[in-house]
Design a protein around this ligand. Structure first.
Ligand code: HPA
Length: 245
């Protein structure tokens, strides 16, 4: 039996279409997760919901305890994790409000606890990360989008930056030369930690804005909020139709 978890990002601290059954406070050897695990139903299917930034959206991307979050999900018996991530579009074909299903990651983060290995005296393990997202779960998301009648950009390279500031225009030009399509602050080390624990993990990225320098002017938080609202409404609809097999 599959057990699905949804990690909510910016704009998704509450799943409005979640019928809550139970909340469970978890502790892990790595500390406390971002919030209690919320058990409930989305579209009639059991899920465990975890808001990455806490219920009050108070934990910035670089301070999220990614280790505790992933460990706690594993402890709860989770097999599959859909991570919702707010992103900026480097590839301008991905307009704000678009849903993207990234297939690759480039990690530019630093100083984050990025592995479960090394804290115990055990042999070093190198995980394969050639394809960082779980293909079976990506297919579930593609199917969910088509059942919900929603457009979903089927691939893209996610650049994970440190934040919490947005990037400079030159940084975005560099990420573009590196081959990135979207940029966000929470994609790593979450995806790698999930892989270390053997979790099937995929990202549903919601475009909140054009990345720095991609359009005239500065990045405006009010505009981001507006696009996030329309993007996360679509993400919620998609999640109602995403059922791991
Ligand atoms: N950059 C980094 N992270 C983001 C952005 C961005 O432009 N938009 C939403 N999350």
């Amino acid at each position: 039996m599959k057990t699905l978890a949804i990690i909510g990002g910016s704009g998704l601290t509450h799943l409005r279409n979640l019928t809550v059954r139970e909340r469970r406070v978890m502790r892990t050897p790595y500390g406390e997760p971002s919030a209690p695990m919320v058990y409930g139903l989305v579209g009639g299917h059991e899920v465990i919901f975890l808001p990455r930034h806490g219920h009050g959206h108070t934990i910035p991307p670089h301070s999220v305890n990614y280790q505790a979050n992933m460990w706690a999900l594993k402890e709860c018996g989770v097999s599959d994790v859909i991570a919702v991530n707010a992103v900026g579009a480097i590839n301008t074909a991905l307009a704000p409000g678009t849903l993207v299903l990234p297939d690759q990651i480039i990690d530019y983060t630093y100083g984050r606890a990025h592995t479960f290995f090394g804290s115990h005296p055990e042999p070093v393990t190198h995980i394969d990360f050639t394809h960082p997202y779980c293909e079976a779960l990506r297919e579930v998301l593609r199917d969910g989008a088509s059942r919900a009648g929603l457009a979903l950009a089927p691939r893209g390279t996610y650049a994970a930056t440190q934040g919490p500031r947005f990037e400079t225009a030159a940084e975005i030009r560099k990420l573009e030369r590196d081959g990135a399509d979207i940029v966000g602050m929470t994609g790593m080390p979450e995806a790698a930690l999930a892989r270390e624990l053997g979790l099937c993990y995929a990202s549903l990225s919601v475009v909140a804005n054009y990345a720095a320098g991609k359009v005239e002017g500065e990045i405006d938080l009010r505009t981001i909020e507006r696009h996030l609202e329309s993007g996360t409404t679509k993400a919620r609809m998609l999640l109602e139709h995403a059922i791991p097999r």
